[in-house]
Design a protein around this ligand. Structure first.
Ligand code: 13P
Length: 347
């Protein structure tokens, strides 16, 4: 038996505790710089550090956020006053998570498709992160919908890598967040998204089983079953919630303690509304797992747009971040309403 088994179970449960979800702030330097670029923010290590300090020092964040996923650069950074970010998180009751994949790269022989890399040397990196205080990890696989894609080659390669990553994490004491993201980009219908998500999740759980991953010691981070962004027929929020829960019920074992969605390009309001509907009757009683969020953009975006790299905007940006965390915490309990959007943190 794995020496970490009980610790892994406890961590997984804590990550999806009532009223709480996970904050993804693990953008790679490339992705973070791209988002900074759009806001006219200088793309430097120091600016990224300032931004991550803004997020992690948001007052009362730990009331809504159980854990935060960091990037390798961030887990080694400190506050301006010299306190390591890992200490700030421990003091704020926020579990330390770490992105361990090395990004989605072109899949050989399959134009338009990606496979996530990062298995080489992963055991050693996990040991280092555990020593630094991390207790969970994340690996994101990307599935693109288009003409003739995804191919079985893409789904199987990604599912296999996810399962090997998850097994290594559990061996090393980190709860794996298993993230197969079916991209929202494209003009596909919600039915097509359902078909692809269903196939992807089925393959991922087959591979997890094959690699001996313990389902009660992991968290699934899926995308929602939703119409493509460019689809002319957009499904209603209720349809998105229903189709997503149906797809998850058909594929996710009840022993998985929690499902924590990515926002994937939905607006902050959509992401909260969809999560709320899944946690409201009649869908809520169909869920054997806790259903919550692990959003990046749907929590951070308003704060980032307000901050724009300016020191005098930090407190107001933190209020916006706090408000989004609060809205999604409420949504994870079926207590969100669009009314909450009308009384955002006064900025
Ligand atoms: P978004 O919520 O912005 O999709 O990000 C979640 C995430 O962690 C992507 O890997």
């Amino acid at each position: 038996m794995n020496q970490y088994a009980q610790e892994l179970r406890n961590t997984a449960k804590a990550m999806v505790a009532p009223n709480q979800g996970v904050l993804a702030m693990d953008e790679s330097n490339g992705t973070c710089n791209k988002r900074f670029g759009k806001e006219g923010i200088e793309q430097t290590e120091e600016k990224r550090r300032q931004y991550r300090e803004l997020i992690l020092t948001t007052p009362d964040l730990g009331n809504y956020i159980s854990g935060a996923i960091l990037y390798d650069e961030t887990i080694r950074q400190k506050k301006e006053d010299g306190t390591p970010f890992t200490q700030v998180m421990k003091d704020g009751d926020i579990i330390i998570g770490i992105k361990v994949d090395k990004g989605a790269k072109d899949l050989a022989g399959h134009p338009g498709e990606k496979v996530t890399e990062g298995l080489d040397g992963l055991r050693d990196r996990i040991a280092e992160y555990y020593q630094m205080g991390a207790r969970f990890a994340k690996w994101r696989a990307v599935i693109t919908i288009g003409e003739g894609i995804p191919t079985p080659a893409c789904i199987e390669a990604n599912a296999h890598a996810l399962a090997r990553y998850a097994a290594l994490c559990q061996e090393g004491g980190l709860v794996p967040i298993v993230e197969p993201e079916v991209l929202i980009d494209g003009d596909h219908t919600i039915d097509r998204c359902y078909e692809v998500t269903d196939k992807t999740l089925r393959t991922v759980f087959d591979q997890l089983r094959t690699q001996g991953v313990e389902f009660d010691q992991m968290i699934l981070k899926p995308s929602m079953v939703i119409s493509g962004k460019q689809c002319t027929q957009q499904a209603t929020p209720q349809q998105v919630a229903e189709q997503t829960i149906k797809c998850l019920r058909d594929n996710v074992p009840a022993s998985v303690p929690g499902i924590a969605f990515l926002s994937g390009g939905q607006t902050p309001e959509q992401a909260a509304q969809h999560l709320h509907l899944m946690n409201s009757e009649p869908l809520k009683s169909l869920c054997p797992w806790r259903v919550t969020f692990s959003y990046a953009r749907a929590i951070q975006q308003p704060a980032l747009e307000h901050w724009k790299g300016q020191t005098n905007k930090v407190a107001e940006a933190q209020k916006l971040l706090h408000h989004r965390a609060q809205c999604n915490s409420a949504a994870s309990m079926g207590n969100y309403s669009p009314e909450m959007e009308k009384q955002p943190a006064m900025v």
